[in-house]
Design a protein around this ligand. Structure first.
Ligand SMILES: [Cu+2]
Length: 115
């Protein structure tokens, strides 16, 4: 799942760079607008739960690239805004999640399990 997302992102970036400004300006503009809209609307990142620490209120997630924060694929612990979510997670769960910086800490705002 995460590899597919990375591949799609790479394709968008590649397509944006492949068209030089000039002769095909119209095509370039629409292509870039489309890529930008996709990036802006889709802030979900695919990942897998590695560890749940209710005491700390964190979940450690192995995740794909997160363009929003210039994050490469990695595994790291995240704070969770809604601690009740931690009760529904276990290591190995495939998820998608959305992160924002809250008080200087990367915090999971939304999280969904994938089947
Ligand atoms: Cu990360």
């Amino acid at each position: 799942m995460s590899r597919v997302a990375i591949l799609i992102t790479a394709l968008f970036l590649g397509a944006g760079l492949a068209f030089p400004a000039g002769a095909d300006a119209g095509k370039t503009r629409s292509g870039k607008a489309e890529a930008a809209a996709t990036a802006a609307n889709d802030t979900w990142t695919a990942g897998e739960v590695l560890r749940v620490e209710k005491g700390k209120g964190t979940v450690t997630i192995k995740h794909g690239a997160m363009p929003k924060f210039d994050m490469p694929p990695m595994a790291m612990p995240y704070q969770v805004k809604d601690k009740a979510v931690l009760d529904q997670l276990k290591p190995g769960d495939k998820i998608r999640f959305d992160v924002d910086s809250v008080g200087g800490q990367f915090t999971v705002l939304r999280l969904e399990k994938l089947k």
